[in-house]
Ligand binder design. Structure first.
Ligand code: AMP
Length: 222
């Protein structure tokens, strides 16, 4: 199986959910830049400059590339050193970033060991899913919308209370879909397509059906 799996998709496409399933199944490291940024936000040891850069996240904008590379590359190297593969979830959100990651993979000698999986979803369905999902105030776990999760008020893992993620308000969701929706994703996917690194799955299906399609793809792209 490829060592680096890059999951691409609009906010709400299910990248995080699929990344967690794959990480558990294959013992891969799961790197969500959104999670790394939210962790930085609550880290008392984080520098004032780094914290200031997080304002962009709170307003639904992309944060500075330099911060993303610093956080993500360090994590990737640490998993590779442990002999683990890596799943990148939401870590690439512009063509510039895609190019910078590819340069990094070339430097590490692993560019042929990278597969990009596009979890395709319309902005409309992404919007609906984001307005309905929840996050645990305790451990930060994100619960995708399912009829079962909709009933829950506390986290299965830590017992923390389930709340709406602070950037999942209708206003900020709309902003994120403008800044990070399919219109912004298209040139990044085109870039990977030209390099022959890209495969697609239909993200509008149920979680388990998307997972099965991803599995098939992984077996076909060893
Ligand atoms: P997510 O949890 O993946 O929805 O990410 C939450 C927010 O973190 C996004 O709305 C962006 O503000 C920021 N973010 C996450 N990953 C990146 C990235 N690769 N480049 C720039 N900003 C990012």
């Amino acid at each position: 199986m490829k060592k680096i799996l890059i999951l691409m998709g609009i906010p709400g496409s299910g990248k995080g959910t699929q990344a967690r399933l794959l990480a558990q199944r294959y013992g891969y490291g799961h790197i969500s830049t959104g999670d790394l940024l939210r962790r930085l936000d609550t880290d008392p040891a984080a520098s004032a400059e780094d914290k200031a850069m997080l304002l962009d996240m709170k307003q639904g904008n992309l944060v500075a590339d330099t911060l993303i590379y610093r956080l993500a590359f360090r994590e990737i190297l640490s998993y590779l050193k442990q002999g683990k593969g890596v799943i990148l979830d939401g870590a690439i959100r512009s063509v510039d970033q895609a190019k910078a990651y590819n340069t990094f993979f070339e430097e590490q000698g692993i560019v042929s060991d990278v597969l990009v999986i596009d979890i395709a979803l319309s902005n409309d369905i992404g919007y609906k899913r984001m307005t309905k999902r929840k996050v645990c105030a305790g451990c930060g776990d994100i619960l995708p919308y399912t009829p079962e999760n909709d009933e829950k008020e506390v986290c299965d893992k830590c017992g923390g209370s389930l709340v709406v993620r602070s950037d999942d308000t209708p206003e900020i969701i709309e902003k994120r879909l403008r800044e990070q929706g399919n219109e912004k994703l298209a040139p990044i996917l085109a870039y990977y397509d030209t390099l022959g690194m890209l495969v697609h799955v239909d993200g509008s299906q149920h979680i388990t059906a998307v997972d099965e399609d991803v599995e098939k793809i992984l077996h076909m792209n060893k």
